[in-house]
Ligand binder design. Structure first.
Ligand code: C5P
Ligand code: MG
Length: 237
């Protein structure tokens, strides 16, 4: 059973998004929709016995999403699904879409939503777990709407790691994971895409009272001190 705890309301903080950014998003959603997305299988994963608990984990590149997800997995037993990792797995498994996904990632752009949602759906359906952290998704309104249509549910909560751009750039440039998009040119593009397309998603869920905004500056342990009570106090396990 789910229970919202009033004492957590102080970490709820509405995000700002300009009309311009919303315009970009709306156009993207409209132009990119396929009939498949508009006519999903009724109910999706949500109608199955599993009844998953979904947390979306959002924030710019280098905001600490992956690090905090690892801690949540360790402490609370969630299954971590990183949209970026699922897409990179598609590239390395030489799938038919691999080359297109690689080009998109190199440009810091967003892969067509249906593709990413289908990868997430496969993971949810094949997992024994019912508690999911979906990291780096939805990246834009098109992603969000595709998820809600295909999976047939909204997230229970959304974590937003709020971090200044200069701190995010510093972290990404020093992490040395061999990623094709961790260079200054692509990082700049990713930051622009984040501001234009991801902030409207955060705004949408803030208006629905689902967003927990976390100060993403500090050590991993310091930041986890803000994350921990959300999972211990928010829900009766
Ligand atoms: O989240 P992460 O930084 O691992 O994402 C890397 C890249 O993967 C993004 O910059 C984007 O090109 C792609 N991506 C995407 N759609 C998502 C998540 C990631 O296209 N929902
Ligand atoms: Mg990551």
């Amino acid at each position: 059973m789910w229970r919202r705890v009033a004492s957590l309301s102080h970490i709820l903080s509405p995000s700002k998004s300009s009309a311009l950014h919303q315009g970009i998003c709306r156009r993207t959603v409209w132009e990119a929709f396929t009939t498949d997305i508009m006519h999903p299988a009724i109910g999706g994963v949500a109608s199955e016995e599993k009844n998953p608990l979904i947390t979306f984990v959002l924030g710019g590149p280098g905001s600490g999403k992956g690090t905090q997800c690892a801690k949540i997995v360790e402490t609370f037993g969630y299954k971590h699904l990183s949209a970026g990792d699922l897409l990179r797995k598609e590239i390395s498994s030489n799938s038919e879409n691999g080359a297109m996904i690689l080009d998109t990632i190199k440009e810091g752009k967003i892969v067509p939503s249906e593709m990413t949602v289908k990868l997430i759906q496969k993971e949810i359906e094949s997992s024994d777990n019912h508690k999911f952290l979906i990291d780096g998704f939805p990246r834009c309104e098109e992603n969000r709407i595709a998820f809600e249509q295909i999976i047939g549910m909204e997230p229970n909560i959304v974590l937003f790691f709020d971090c200044p751009e200069d701190e995010m750039v510093k972290r990404v440039l020093s992490r040395n994971e061999g990623r094709v998009d961790d260079n200054i040119d692509t990082i700049k593009k990713r930051l622009k895409v984040f501001a234009a397309l991801n902030l409207p998603v955060i705004k949408h869920y803030t208006e629905k009272g689902k967003v927990y905004k976390i100060n993403g500056v500090g050590t991993a342990d310091e930041i986890f001190k803000q994350v921990h009570p959300i999972f211990t106090e928010l829900f009766v396990k």
